[in-house]
Design a protein around this ligand. Structure first.
Ligand SMILES: *[C@@H]1O[C@H](CO)[C@@H](O)[C@H](O)[C@H]1NC(C)=O
Ligand SMILES: *[C@@H]1O[C@H](CO)[C@@H](O)[C@H](O)[C@H]1NC(C)=O
Ligand SMILES: *[C@@H]1O[C@H](CO)[C@@H](O)[C@H](O)[C@H]1NC(C)=O
Length: 303
């Protein structure tokens, strides 16, 4: 049931456009031909139709899809055809021959511009189109979901879920054709690939892509500074505590060593050695009684 609904949706979305499946990819990204995954007919082929009508083999299905000669450096044997690093020459019509079935796939390879927008700021997606007397619908999609739509004849707009009240075009778009979209209050989840185009006579025209990243909010460095300020008093405090500890230890050690050296050279010798260096105790008993000398060395080492 769900599968049927999905299939119906795909047909509605894609068939009216070019009479086949349309795939969009941004130049440099990998592109997967999903229909090849469903085909299980040994000997099936995927061909790319070149300008002039000739065609070039892309891959052939044996136990898995294997790349043809020109694609070995960009495709690994797989359950479906995936071309790594798509380029502008991959654009165009593909024919999938699967048993007696023939399917057409249209691939668009789009060069995208990149932008990085700080969280909370406005993003502008530049787009200009001939709007004097032209009809059609201007659409902006993000990862294939609607962001904004403007009917160029009626002027009515709609906004995609998550983008309500955040998108707009300048009011004078009808006179100057400036359809640059402004997206207010950019959020981290807005990152992604935006496609802008005009849908007219069931064809997309002027297709443009923008890959947007969202960088940390502009006030983020301030927060970091504030942290640094609250941190600064700490190191002097620690130093002071350390200094007191070292001084007390030094006094105790010197006093202890002095007392021991005077009264009980053997027992205290082991104690001082244990305190100064771990594991020194067993040998310490055999060693001559400690004098003052090792103690200041340890204290200096810490100070
Ligand atoms: C294509 O990309 C996949 C996934 O990153 C990688 O595992 C594979 O080795 C690549 N194949 C070629 C031929 O570059
Ligand atoms: C195999 O195909 C899957 C998609 O079906 C893709 O995610 C994966 O990267 C591909 N592996 C290779 C090695 O190309
Ligand atoms: C958008 O604005 C309208 C009118 O001000 C308001 O009723 C609606 O709740 C807003 N929607 C969102 C998602 O903020």
């Amino acid at each position: 049931m769900a599968a049927l609904t999905l299939r119906a949706l795909l047909l509605i979305v894609h068939l009216p456009l070019v009479g086949g499946l349309t795939l969009d990819t941004i130049s440099g990204d990998p592109v997967q031909f999903p229909e090849t995954e469903q085909c299980r007919e040994r000997g099936a082929t995927l061909q790319h139709t070149l300008t002039g009508g000739s065609s070039q083999a892309v891959a052939r299905l044996e136990d898995v899809w294997k790349p043809a000669a020109g694609y070995k450096d960009r495709m690994s044997p797989n359950e479906s055809v995936v071309l790594n690093r798509s380029n502008i020459n991959d654009q165009g019509l593909y024919g999938l021959t699967c048993g007696s079935e023939e399917k057409r796939i249209h691939l668009n390879v789009i060069t995208s511009s990149e932008k990085s927008v700080p969280e909370g700021q406005a993003a502008g997606f530049t787009f200009h189109y001939f709007t004097a007397g032209e009809l059609g619908r201007y659409r902006v999609e993000r990862n294939t979901q609607l962001v904004f739509e403007l009917d160029l004849s009626s002027g009515s707009t709609s906004q995609g879920s998550g983008f309500e009240n955040r998108t707009s075009v300048a009011p004078h778009w009808r006179s100057d054709g400036d359809l640059t979209l402004t997206l207010q209050g950019v959020k981290p989840e807005d990152r992604g690939d935006y496609f802008l185009y005009v849908l007219k006579d069931r064809q997309r025209g002027h297709l443009q892509a923008v890959r947007m990243r969202v960088s940390p909010a502009l006030n983020a460095p301030e927060e970091r500074n504030r942290e640094q300020i609250t941190c600064t008093p700490q190191p002097p405090c620690k130093e002071k505590t350390a200094l007191i500890c070292v001084s007390v230890a030094a006094v105790l050690l010197i006093a202890g060593a002095f007392y021991c050296g005077q009264k009980m050279p053997r027992i205290c010798g082991s104690k001082v050695s244990g305190g100064a260096a771990a594991g020194g105790a067993p040998t310490g008993l055999e060693m001559p009684p400690y004098t003052d000398t090792p103690v200041p060395v340890v204290v200096n080492g810490h100070a």
